[in-house]
Design a protein around this ligand. Structure first.
Ligand code: ANZ
Length: 868
């Protein structure tokens, strides 16, 4: 899921030594070996009484080794996992690989005959595992999964069967997005501005029979449940999800068509404007348009055909853009308005989309800009039915006052003829009162919508309805390296599931198969594999040659971590209910829509199946920014990679992690050019030296010593939990740097190395540093005289008496004269200090009615106002 690119790496250590004696590379190797041996980060079992936290980084896609973009993501994941362990939680922090997908297949194609995506994939996974070990990530290594293992994808097939049984997996022929370069079908979400998300080729439409998951059945729940995530997911992601689902509320209205038995239904968000409909528009690429044209004159048929061909070359984005001239063809057919019997000419025009609503609209040019543009282009009538100049009761009139408080004359009242859309070209979309609409006249828009829906329902010609932008999830792919779809095509044309006891349906050997994209699945070429028998009759039958979209694999993988090696079930419900939903999910914003929406959907399906007792998979979500180099995202194709493997050697894992986390807020993009690994190395060396310099004995009583150092230590112990929970990791690092410097100062003066406050500070540093530089933290802990892993040490509680803020006296000047003083916390910020100063009574008096023209704030001591 998190993509990578192939890199080479060197094994020659070129360690730079920022502090004499501090050997980051040896420390790193030493602790990695110990962790590998003791496996201290394994999650506790069912008898573990601690509260639980499930921390998860979006699992990586194994193309090549990791780069610094991953380094960032997995550094954050580890901060969170390590933090909760210190806080006394039983933490589950697993890792797996999203190992099916196109890059492996393309690499195998490039490798020529006999190349196997499997080999490439598992070699890369091995490299990743090594890198993660070298990074010091605190995973539970007993729970690894790879989605390309039959032990995993068997459960994708099981899931497919369950969806099929529930009517949520179905097959249909429809125009699909086709990438002519990759020779594969793309989901709407994989088409960006009309181009293939992966290779950039222009996407065309092609008619194919495909498997779909019926996510639209869950549209309302997917939308409504986003409210539960408010405050826990980034606003931006919630907004993107809402827009993607795109629910509109309105009515379906049935129109009779002259010369056609069946009525045509249109969806409208403004059924109140039904009396103002002056024509109907159908999507040129809909079955309805073809049928209406077929029943028309020869000339219409020809013009329609020409137009259709042109439209098929357009993308949905082009079709919906408002700044291009409207085009269309009159079909010489007529619809009858159900409320007033008006005869409405029917047009085919590209601005109506075939797969939204019913692919047909009632056009109300007076109140819809697209319809108005069209009406003006083709000289169609415009009929106003909402008077937007009429006052609405309850609305508060805005009366503007001049400087003397006298109401300004608003000028002549606007009348309907001033805003006539036929003349101005501007549709009247605002609030108003209904006119020219029979019994609706005089009603407000809202009341008119309710009334007309009642009337339509009573007459049987319409009903309340909703429409969604969300489409069903197209899951079949004509590619090899994915989960085979477990369905059988019988000779007599039935399609039946592969029985559960025959799962997994494993992929055949890739060698010997032509994997090159051809528009049909390469599995079709595996002649022997394709042959099977009808499970009911035993007659010869064929397998389905398609494989599943890899988003199916990632839609439920977090549950498989709960028992990755269980051969009897996808996941044990009791474990799922114990650990899931995931408490902290961390990954890139590029997954803001697809992956999260699919995982949310499958979670709801599993809930409906009674297998889990929660309905949202990820309680909180953190999106980290990207790592940029030379202004763009690191990627192999752009040639701007910083290799992960080599950075483990120089500057070393700890310095890489600290530099990354310190580079800025989690959600911001990081310019690699601005990341200071030398700064991080120097800081770590200073921390190491502090531990070395502590001369008091372990387990000393923490109650004495340099008071101001103790204050710095305890403030950090008190503040860090809140900061970590708000993902302000960089602030915690800055505060650690401050603590290390304060400790150094005390060591170099007075009581020095033996001061108990120095030991206290060094121990706190080791414990908190574990979140960011775990190797050094362990080393410091050992130097400080402890056995066991600092990674498992409970968080030290801050002494509240040491948290009392020191206060200082701030002076406030007005035009150079001291006019007041304030007692303020020593750590006050500029904004707060200025606010207090402005509110000070003496200052207010000194200022009188003079205006402040300049303010200088120097926290915590001085605020200076000037009035000239
Ligand atoms: C009449 C009308 C009058 C409309 C009016 C709007 C304003 P959203 O909000 O995006 O859901 N529509 C329906 N199906 C369509 C399709 N397949 N392609 C393009 N447009 C379509 O918009 C819903 C509105 O978009 C519907 O309400 C319909 O136009 C149009 F003053 O019906 B309306």
């Amino acid at each position: 899921m998190i993509g990578t690119s192939l890199v080479s790496h060197t094994d020659t250590p070129v360690t730079s030594a920022p502090a004499e004696g501090y050997d980051a590379y040896s420390i790193q190797q030493k602790w990695q070996a110990r962790w590998a041996e003791a496996d201290p980060f394994r999650a506790g079992g069912a008898d573990d009484k601690r509260p639980r936290k499930f921390v998860l980084g979006m699992f990586p896609y194994p193309s090549g080794d990791l780069h610094m973009g991953h380094a960032e993501n997995y550094a954050y994941v580890d901060v969170v996992a390590r933090f909760w362990r210190h806080r006394g939680y039983n933490v589950l922090n697993p890792i797996g690989w999203d190992s099916f997908g196109l890059p492996a297949e393309n690499a195998a194609i490039k490798g020529g005959a006999g190349s196997d995506p499997r080999e490439w994939t598992y070699a890369n996974i091995a490299q990743h595992k090594k890198s993660f070990r070298e990074y010091g990530s605190s995973y539970d290594w007993s729970r690894i999964l790879h989605t390309s293992d039959p032990e995993y994808y068997r459960w994708n097939q099981w899931l497919f069967q369950r969806l099929y049984e529930r009517g949520l997996a179905y097959r249909k022929a429809s125009p699909v997005n086709w990438c002519p370069n990759d020779q594969t079908v793309l989901a709407n979400e994989q088409v960006v501005d009309g181009h293939c998300e992966r290779c950039g080729a222009e996407v065309v439409k092609k008619n194919l029979t495909q498997w779909y998951f019926k996510i639209t059945d869950y549209a309302d729940r997917l939308l409504d449940d986003l409210n539960q995530l408010e405050g826990f997911w980034p606003q931006k992601v919630l907004r993107m999800q809402r827009n993607w689902i795109g629910r509109s509320v309105g009515a379906d209205i049935d129109f009779e068509i002259e010369g056609r038995a069946d009525k045509v239904t249109v969806f409208s968000t403004r059924p109140d404007t039904l009396h103002g409909a002056t024509f109907m528009v159908v999507a040129p690429d809909s079955d309805l348009a073809a049928e209406l044209a077929a029943g028309s004159t020869a000339e219409v048929r020809m013009r329609f055909q020409d137009y259709l061909e042109r439209v098929q070359r357009e993308t949905d984005i082009e079709r919906q853009s408002t700044d291009r001239p409207k085009t269309g063809v009159f079909l010489d057919r007529f619809a009858i308005n159900p409320v007033n019997g008006d005869r409405l000419p029917i047009w085919a025009a590209d601005y109506v989309l075939a797969d939204y609503g019913h692919g047909a609209v009632m056009a109300v040019p007076a109140h819809d800009q697209r319809d108005l543009d069209f009406a003006r282009a083709f000289d169609l009538p415009v009929k106003v039915v909402v008077d937007t100049t009429a006052p609405i009761t309850g609305a508060i009139p805005v009366i503007e006052l001049d400087d003397d408080g006298v109401p300004i004359d608003p000028g002549p009242v606007e009348t309907l003829s001033d805003v006539d859309p036929a003349r101005t070209g501007i549709a009247l979309t605002g609030e108003g009162r209904l006119i020219n609409s029979g019994s609706l006249d005089g009603l407000s828009k809202r009341n008119a919508i309710a009334r007309i829906i009642e009337q339509l329902e009573a007459a049987g010609t319409g009903r309340a309805a909703k429409s969604y932008r969300l489409r069903d999830w197209l899951i079949s792919r004509q590619r090899f390296w994915g989960t085979p779809i477990p369905m059988i095509h019988t000779e007599d044309g039935r399609i039946v599931p592969v029985p559960d006891d025959q799962l997994p349906l494993e992929l055949p050997d890739a060698r010997g198969l032509d994997l090159k994209p051809r528009g049909t699945s390469p599995l079709g070429g595996a002649t022997e594999w394709m042959k099977t028998t009808d499970p009911e009759t035993g007659e010869p039958a064929l397998r389905d040659p398609d494989t599943m979209d890899t988003f199916v694999d990632s839609s439920w993988y977090f549950l498989r971590f709960l028992a990755p090696n269980d051969p009897t079930q996808a996941f044990p419900s009791a474990e799922a209910n114990r650990w899931a939903p995931v408490d902290s999910y961390i990954g890139g914003v590029e997954h803001a829509i697809l992956h999260l929406l699919y995982a949310r959907f499958i979670t709801k399906v599993l809930f409906d199946m009674g297998l889990i007792d929660f309905t949202e998979p990820f309680t909180s979500l953190v999106n980290q920014g990207m790592v940029l180099l030379g202004g763009s995202k690191m990627s192999k194709s752009k040639g701007n990679l910083v290799e992960f493997a080599s950075s483990m050697i120089d500057p070393g894992a700890d310095a890489s992690r600290v530099a990354m986390v310190f580079a800025g807020p989690v959600e911001d993009d990081i310019n690699w050019e601005d990341v200071s690994t030398t700064g991080a190395q120097k800081f770590l060396a200073r921390a190491w030296r502090v531990a070395k310099d502590v001369s008091s004995e372990p387990d000393a009583i923490w109650a004495e010593g340099d008071l101001s150092l103790r204050r710095v230590t305890h403030r950090l112990l008190a503040d860090a939990p809140g900061l970590v929970e708000q993902t302000k990791f960089n602030v915690v690092v800055a505060r650690l740097m401050e603590l290390v410097n304060a400790t150094r100062k005390v060591i170099d003066s007075g009581a020095g190395r033996a001061d108990p406050a120095v030991r206290e500070a060094a121990e706190a540093t080791a414990m908190i540093l574990d979140l960011f530089a775990p190797h050094l933290a362990e080393e410091m802990w050992q130097i400080l005289g402890y056995e066991g892993f600092v990674g498992l040490v409970p968080w030290r509680t801050a002494d509240p008496t040491l948290l009392v803020e020191e206060t200082v006296t701030a002076i406030i000047q007005v035009d150079g004269k001291v006019r007041g003083t304030l007692q303020v916390p020593a750590r006050i910020d500029a904004a707060e200090l200025e606010r207090l100063a402005r509110a000070d009574e003496k200052v207010v008096r000194a200022l009188g009615d003079r205006e402040i023209t300049r303010t200088v704030v120097r926290p915590p001591k001085v605020v200076s106002f000037s009035t000239h």
